[in-house]
Design a protein around this ligand. Structure first.
Ligand code: GLN
Length: 309
């Protein structure tokens, strides 16, 4: 079946959910953040948002979940829109080929993280956004509320506290980069901002809508421009090459779309000029990507023919 007409999204989503029902093995929820470990790996939701704000969904698509690393896309967009190209002197744009929380490359690369979608890179971006705005997490939350049209979106203080209590790895990354002068704020201040940002609770519907500016080539929900067309292309390109950590090659191969995952089990994806997607299944593979999420996006692009290739 190959179709690109909008009304066909709903049957495609229902078919994917039905197929997944019969697929054994959903992976395991992240447990290094204890507050995430309790989610049921059989939960599944998927939403598609068209550029005009129409949303199609299936399963638990209105159920809020912990967005985690998906948030790295939005802070990158916010900081890039303000700072422009000098941001790339502080964070690279190459796939890391290493786990999302790895330290190893930083020593060889003078405290400059490989890309903005691994933890080290996101810490640099959040640090710079915080210096510029005095409230990175607040800026981020206001943006997500505006783009999703959901004023009730909020941080989950329990998840943020749970991650903070187990945050030695991120603290090590931040201190190490600070030793190279690549972090400007006191590390505890930065970590507080970063953990709050990661703890945002949002549904597939919220996130599909909030991602739409990337499918609209940089135009926000209110019609104003956040990113230049070129910057929107850049963010989408970095999502394609780096958005799923050391599985980015496999994700591009299977799904063929810019995408960004989080250890809460969510993945957002962009069909530039057409629509955005968000899928959620809390069970993860060994690289920290949602098993059901990758499978569902793989089926979506196969069934609809919608990919960037
Ligand atoms: N908050 C998580 C962390 O920093 C985000 C990681 C992720 O979603 N991959 O470890």
């Amino acid at each position: 079946m190959t179709t690109t007409s909008s009304h066909a999204f709903q049957p495609v989503l229902e078919r994917i959910a039905e197929e997944l029902e019969h697929t054994p093995g959903r992976g395991r929820p992240a447990d290094y953040i204890p507050a995430l470990a309790a989610r049921d790996p059989r939960s599944f939701g998927m939403a598609v948002a068209e550029l005009d704000g129409t949303v199609y969904g299936v399963g638990d698509w209105r159920e809020p979940f912990s967005t985690q690393s998906i948030t790295k896309v939005f802070t990158l967009a916010l900081e890039l829109s303000r700072e422009g190209d000098t941001l790339w002197e502080h964070v690279g744009r190459e796939p890391s080929g290493n786990p999302f929380n790895s330290l190893v490359q930083l020593e060889y690369e003078n405290g400059i993280p490989r890309n903005p979608f691994i933890n080290a890179g996101a810490l640099v971006v959040t640090d710079r956004l915080h210096t510029r705005t005095d409230d990175a997490a607040g800026e981020f939350l206001a943006f997500l509320r505006a783009e999703s049209g959901n004023p009730r979106l909020a941080f989950d203080e329990e998840v943020a506290a749970s991650e903070s209590a187990h945050g030695d790895r991120n603290a090590a990354l931040a201190h190490f980069m600070a030793s190279y002068g690549n972090i400007g704020n006191p590390v505890p201040v930065l970590l507080d901002q970063y953990f709050r940002q990661c703890s945002l609770s949002a549904s597939c519907a919220d996130l599909a809508l909030a991602t739409s500016f990337l499918a609209r080539h940089g135009i926000r929900a209110d019609g104003t421009r956040l990113l230049t067309r070129s910057q929107a292309k850049q963010v989408n390109a970095v999502m394609l090459t780096c958005g799923t950590y050391d599985a980015a090659g496999d994700f591009a191969y299977r799904v063929g779309l810019p995408g960004k995952s989080g250890v809460g089990g969510g993945i957002i994806a962009v069909v530039p000029g057409r629509c955005t997607l968000c899928v959620w299944g809390p069970g993860l593979d060994e690289r920290g990507n949602s098993v059901a999420g990758v499978a569902a996006l793989d089926r979506f692009t196969t069934l609809t023919g919608l990919s960037v290739f």
